[in-house]
Design a protein around this ligand. Structure first.
Ligand code: ADP
Ligand code: MG
Length: 241
């Protein structure tokens, strides 16, 4: 579903942020990406839906090359759900309208259809009673669940998450992780940047460890936690576990 092949990216001629990154995510797979701050995790995940350009290598999503100038990027991005650390809901729109906007504008769904889909997804994340509220009236955990529902409303073929719980108060982390665990168990293809190793242990198929722009480890979950090979990954794990 996602193929990342020998990607090199520079933010400036003297600063290479990604070095020869190669990995893939197959359909239905959940891949967790972890690593120290500044190691290039966000940059890599943004390259997947072409929010960041890269100079060398190739990335394709469901067979469509994101770095091909002929690719219809808005169309591609409409199929790739993305959830960021900061929820980025539209503050002036009610929750239900946050869920409907792109369904109508991008997918051309009727208002009735969009609302029905929106309500179904709010129900799924346990927030159907909040539909008529504005984002600021919800807690951080609730807003992040809305952000996930909004991404799902587009019927994505893959979901990308970039530290979705790291801006939340500790007591709200689990309500967001629970939604993500359900999603993983339902078979969604997911690439998740997170340091929540409990989540990784529960649902990840593979864990990638990045350091200084390189993919240092890319291993099945049990291998990653069982016999971490590199010193760098070992050191990182000992700090966060
Ligand atoms: P991570 O998500 O692992 O913390 P990032 O991908 O955000 O890492 O950043 C990797 C490195 O690239 C960091 O050194 C960061 O300061 C730098 N960086 C991130 N975005 C930009 C940018 N737009 N321009 C220049 N440097 C950037
Ligand atoms: Mg980041």
């Amino acid at each position: 579903m996602i193929e990342i092949s020998h990607v090199n990216k520079w933010y400036s001629p003297t600063f290479q942020v990604l070095t020869d990154c190669t990995t893939s995510v197959t359909k239905g797979e959940v891949v967790v990406v972890c690593g120290p701050s500044g190691s290039g995790k966000s940059t890599l995940i943004k390259c997947v839906n072409a929010l960041e350009p890269f100079q060398e290598g190739d990335i394709s999503v469901d067979g469509t090359k994101v770095n091909d100038p002929k690719t219809n990027l808005p169309k591609l991005r409409s199929r790739v759900g993305m959830v960021f650390q900061h929820f980025e809901l539209f503050p002036h729109l009610k929750i239900i309208d946050n869920l409907c906007l792109a369904q109508q504008k991008v997918l051309g769904r009727s208002s009735d259809k969009a609302v029905a889909k929106g309500m179904q997804l709010l129900d799924r994340v346990g927030l159907n009673e909040q539909a008529q509220k504005f984002p600021a009236q919800l807690s951080g955990g609730q807003q992040q669940r809305v952000a996930i529902a909004r991404a799902l409303a587009m019927d994505p073929i893959v979901m990308l998450f970039d530290e979705p719980t790291s801006a939340l108060d500790p007591e709200m982390v689990s309500e967001v992780l629970d939604v993500m665990v359900d999603l993983a168990r339902e078979g969604m293809t997911m690439m998740v940047v997170t340091h929540e190793m409990g989540f990784a242990r529960k649902v990840a198929n593979r864990v990638i460890f990045m350091d200084r722009g390189e993919i240092v480890e890319d291993a099945p979950k049990d291998d990653f936690f069982g016999k971490t090979r590199s010193d760098r990954a070992q050191k990182f794990l000992s700090k966060i576990l």
